[in-house]
Design a protein around this ligand. Structure first.
Ligand code: PMV
Length: 330
């Protein structure tokens, strides 16, 4: 195999119906489906080169040497499929705050799956890439695709039916997401990987959470099919609160919210009372992401910027699918 350096980019995604709990930890098989919106403003770009001169994988993250042990098991999966043993140089850059609950693992593993598979001489289909990205991080399966995306939980033990698919809808051109960053994007305290296991094992509300997912997914899909952003926003906000309720009830509790998070939830409610389209969702961090319309995006961002504890806001359009941006023979 002649060496080829491949660069790929992928956008992060924010779940409107959350993935929170696994049926298989090793393969990252989700306990339930999920549904997300891919975001153009949150991009990871990753270059991969398999180099016979390397004795172990080498990772540079945002310009600094990083511990490659989180990606080596993932690269081993690709090496296994490609039937190679060569180690890789991986250079990855997040164009947003890393590990702060802004879903950098989703865009990170989606970009890595695409760049590394091609650098290893493979040419997977989008569905195969989604399955591969899922092994890196459950939410990464959704970042292979643009716009609204549905993740299937699957029933197989090999995970070959646990992949994401894009939902083709004109609604995608009408929505925006406003991201309100709380506390300057400081590193989060509980990574989602460990947190969802802890919740599944200790939270008395975990079972209740799981039973809310299928009806929420059905409602979200129906809302998207009907082009009804209000119905979609209402189910998204309720679903996020149910996920966080399960985490708060874990023993010991996992509380991702800061005072600013609650101030933002109140501000979002107030925006709605003023007739604006605004529905909140939160992930494994204190930030609040608000689903809104093209028309209301600036008003929503302006209102949230003034909430106490908010360090910045951004408006994102829906993003496109993961793509290769460069391929160079070495
Ligand atoms: O893919 P992970 O392991 O980073 O988990 C993502 C978990 C949430 O962001 C909280 C929810 C989701 O569906 O993205």
């Amino acid at each position: 195999m002649s060496a080829i350096q491949v660069t790929a980019k992928a956008c992060a995604n924010i779940a409107l119906v959350k993935y929170w709990g696994k049926r298989d930890v090793r393969l990252n098989l989700p306990a339930a489906g999920s549904l997300s919106l891919t975001l153009a403003a949150l991009v990871t770009e990753t270059s991969v080169l398999f180099d016979p001169a390397l004795e172990e994988d080498d990772l540079v993250l945002d310009g600094e040497a990083a511990d490659a042990s989180r990606i080596t098991p993932f690269l081993n999966v690709i090496r296994g499929v490609a039937k190679i043993e060569t180690h890789a140089w991986v250079i990855s850059r997040n164009h947003f705050p890393t590990a702060s609950g802004l879903a950098s693992s989703a865009s990170g593993f989606a970009a890595l799956a695409l760049a590394a598979s091609h650098a290893a001489g493979l040419d997977p289909t989008p569905r195969e890439l989604s399955i591969l990205a899922r092994i890196g991080s459950g939410s990464a399966a959704r970042s292979i695709f643009g716009g609204f995306v549905r993740m299937h939980e699957g029933i197989r033990t090999d995970g070959n039916d646990a992949f994401a698919e894009p939902i083709d809808t004109p609604l995608v051109d009408k929505v925006r997401m406003v991201i309100a960053i709380v506390g300057g994007g400081a590193a989060k305290t509980h990574g989602s990987r460990d947190a969802m296991e802890h919740v599944a094992h200790t939270s008395p509300l975990y079972r209740g959470w799981l039973t809310t997912v299928p009806p929420d997914l059905a409602a979200a899909e129906a809302a998207i099919a009907a082009g009804d952003i209000q119905a979609l926003g209402e189910v998204a906000e309720a679903n996020a609160l149910a996920m966080h309720a399960s985490a708060i009830a874990a023993r010991p509790p996992i509380i991702y919210w800061k005072p600013a998070t609650l101030a933002l939830l109140a501000a979002v409610r107030e925006l709605r009372e003023q007739g604006r389209a605004a529905w909140a969702t939160m992930d494994a961090g204190p930030h609040v992401k608000v689903l809104t319309t093209v028309e209301d995006a600036s008003a929503v961002a302006n209102a949230l910027r003034d909430a106490p504890g908010v360090t910045s806001t951004m408006i994102s359009e829906p993003g496109g699918p993961a793509e290769i941006t460069k391929q160079e023979p070495r």
